[in-house]
Design a protein around this ligand. Sequence first.
Ligand code: AMP
Length: 285
Amino acid sequence: MKVYRSIKPLIEEIGRLKRKQKSIGLVPTMGFLHEGHLSLMRRARRDVACVVVSIYVNPIQFGPKEDLRKYPRDLRRDTDLCREVGADICFIPDTRTMYPDGFSTYVNVEDLGDTLCGASRPGHFKGVTTVVAKLFNIVRPDTAYFGQKDAQQAIIIKRMVADLNMPVKIKVVPIVRERDGIAMSSRNIYLSPDERKEAVSLRRSLDLARVLYANGERDPREIIKKMRRAILKEKDAKIDYLSIVDLKDLKDINRISKNALVAVAVKIGKTRLIDNVILSNSQTA
Ligand code: AMP
């Protein structure tokens, strides 16, 4: 596996691969890798000739009061894991490389980035789309892989790619969970043992939504009310949002008729966790 820290030699390597007609897959991450990230890489490994993993904690997607400085990092372990999974290239830039002095161009997907996580994290998705657009220009992947865990992010990236005619296919990979049902996340490390038990309430509330839906409930308000109750049983849980929205435009819906996204963001103590499930027509409990 080749590791690149600067852009120019990586672009040259990508050029060589393109000339040899190798297909390229990109897995963008912020590192501190877990099975969720690895499932994206394994999927890429099956699909393409050359798997590129980027590891970069992108400062412009963090708000001023967020956890940028203490975001967990372990580059040695991350590169070992990438190698084990069979990645070909690992791109680990630093911030001077990604945003040199004078940087002033941003990519922003309007509307979709203002709801759900965007409402409590203003500017977050603008930071995400900007860094992903840069990575797409550097790596020129045929396919890029994103997790369903960050459902809104995947929808926004697809919108950006369609709107800006970017020649890349976006594949969304299912959520990988811990044994207790919590969605894997680099931020789970912040949770104390007691908080971790409380964090299971996100998954429990989503299971409840699925059961209610399978039993014929189509009123989002009813489902949300019961989910809210399930989460607020936990003493340290504070709901940021709990929404049932249209999977395409992320707008609130009055009645669940086609595919709907049930998305939750909850703070357990100081740690903000997100999770989601899709309710589809074909689904049963
Ligand atoms: P992050 O390092 O948090 O920016 O995540 C990098 C990529 O991994 C994103 O596309 C995430 O959606 C995806 N990802 C993170 N956690 C999971 C998970 N538990 N299951 C599937 N994909 C995930």
